[in-house]
Design a protein around this ligand. Structure first.
Ligand code: ADP
Length: 232
């Protein structure tokens, strides 16, 4: 397995209150697969994604990525892992408003060891003719396409998407999901998508249903469909 999360536990303590975010969560994905994590708000989805993305630490358990347990990495190694291996896309696009589309992507390209060609990426996300526009001049769907381009320019092994279609209308959401699927097919990127929307599970190889920090259900989908066919 390319990603193997075993018995992952995490709790947050503030003042005297302890909140258990993850209780022995297990997830696995092969290289080039798409996984979807479903679950209500507060069920631990983002906590798991943040730990897998090297943004947060675990209390116990293993998070093995490409043979390395990232729970055991030093802070410096974790920075390196985050920079080289992971791309993030969030519900809010988080673009830098005073930089153009091209510049928003270039700032990540400049700190990557083996980045993809920026024109190829702009072509892939369908924004080559918008490269000199500012984010405010683009629709929500187009801004999310820039966020996808910025996340993949470093050619990450793992693409982590947290409610990436949460702010989009149906048409734009399908458009962005199709783009993510194209990236998956073209670059063999392993992708994990967090969503409230069960329909998105239809395009995934594996679906994990979270409740109260635990994986309550796990489905292997042997016949993932084209994102264009996902309906809700
Ligand atoms: P989800 O992504 O499914 O909405 P989260 O992973 O964000 O769930 O949260 C899981 C639980 O952990 C929730 O009860 C949440 O309030 C708590 N939690 C998450 N992050 C923190 C934090 N930094 N400090 C305290 N509690 C947190």
């Amino acid at each position: 397995m390319f990603i193997e999360i075993n018995n992952l536990c995490k709790s947050y303590k503030s003042e005297d209150i302890e909140t258990i975010a993850l209780k022995n969560a297990n997830i696995s994905l092969n290289k080039g697969e798409i996984g979807v994590i479903l679950g209500p708000s507060g069920s631990g989805k983002s906590t798991l994604m943040n730990i897998l993305g090297g943004l947060d630490s675990a209390d116990s358990g293993e998070v093995i990525v490409d043979g390395i347990d990232i729970v055991k990495l030093s802070d410096d190694e974790l920075v390196e892992y985050r920079r080289e291996k992971t791309g993030f896309i969030f519900q809010s696009y988080n673009l830098i408003p005073h930089l153009t589309v091209l510049e928003n992507i270039e700032i990540i390209q400049n700190i990557s060891k083996l980045p993809l060609d920026i024109n190829e990426v702009l072509e892939s996300v369908g924004l080559i003719d918008k490269k000199n526009r500012f984010p405010r001049e683009l629709s929500g769907g187009q801004q999310q396409r820039v966020a996808v381009a910025r996340a993949i320019i470093k050619n990450p092994a793992i693409l982590l998407c947290d409610e990436l279609t949460g702010a989009l209308d149906y048409e734009s959401a399908i458009d962005v999901l199709s783009l993510v699927q194209e990236i998956n097919r073209k670059f063999n990127t392993t992708i994990l998508i967090i969503t409230h929307n069960a329909a998105i599970g239809e395009m995934a190889n594996r679906i994990y249903k979270f409740r109260s920090g635990e994986v309550k259900d796990y489905i292997i989908n042997n016949d993932p469909i084209d994102a264009k066919g996902v309906e809700w």
